[in-house]
Ligand binder design. Structure first.
Ligand SMILES: Nc1nc2cc(Br)ccc2s1
Length: 229
């Protein structure tokens, strides 16, 4: 059963990259089907409006609930998971990507402006799995880029999508922390040599060096990922 993904957005063109490379191949292989829907197709006024001023005042505009209700109703089933990208959401992560990769149907609601009227989440929450997710502690101009990132991170974990599942095995055995640095040919480049141990053929020494490099890098770049932190 392929993973079905429906994306609802006011900027369908943002999702053209999903036709390329690994994501494009995943769709051609039939492992994943991705459909992009223009929210404005679900409006009913002459101006095809999707936003209005916020109750309670404040800057910016809020996306009105009805077009979202119409758009989500057009694709939802009892197997759907509705994902709402928002800076206020739980943090998306590799474990969440793995969960989404094993879903049946994902609906991404890409908000803009100050976000979507909260009643959309409130309406669907009793009916289907609803997840408000953020991709990091920074604010984008909309949920579209966050959705692209979450789709790519999840779809690559769908069994059969990655040509070489070995790389997933390595990832899953990744020590807590960040990955070691990688090198390839030439052995010397602009006077810089590849670390000798990597050319030695001593696999135990190479594994030890890589573990050390991972720890050094994690300590420097991501001490929050160190064990016991
Ligand atoms: N980090 C994130 N920023 C945003 C902004 C908007 Br507007 C909608 C969704 C997201 S997710």
């Amino acid at each position: 059963m392929p993973l079905r993904i429906d994306v609802i957005t006011i900027f369908p063109d943002y999702f053209a990259p999903l036709q390329l490379s690994l994501m494009g191949k995943a769709q051609q292989s039939g492992l994943v089907t991705i459909a992009i829907h223009d929210l404005r197709e679900f409006t009913s006024d002459r101006h095809r409006s999707v936003d209005d001023t916020p109750y309670g005042g404040g800057a910016g505009m809020v996306m009105t609930p009805e077009p979202w209700g119409q758009a989500i109703d057009a694709v939802v089933t009892d197997q759907s998971t509705l994902i709402v990208p928002t800076p206020a959401g739980k943090l998306f992560s590799q474990p969440v990507a793995a969960e989404l990769a094993h879903s049946t149907h994902l609906i991404f609601a890409c908000g803009r402006y100050e976000g979507i009227d909260q009643r959309v989440v409130e309406y669907y929450r009793p009916r289907i799995d609803v997840r408000e997710l953020s991709i990091g502690d920074y604010v984008l101009a909309g949920g579209d880029v966050a959705t692209l990132a979450m789709i790519e991170a999840s779809v690559r974990l769908v069994p059969g999508v990655l040509g070489n599942p070995e790389s997933l095995v390595e990832e899953s055995h990744q020590l807590p922390g960040v990955e070691y640095p990688s090198y390839t040919k030439p052995p010397t480049w602009r006077g810089l040599d590849v670390p000798e141990v990597l050319l030695s053929g001593h696999h135990d020494q190479i594994a030890r060096w890589r573990a050390e490099q991972s720890t050094i890098r994690t300590t420097h770049n991501r001490p929050d990922l160190l064990p016991g932190s």
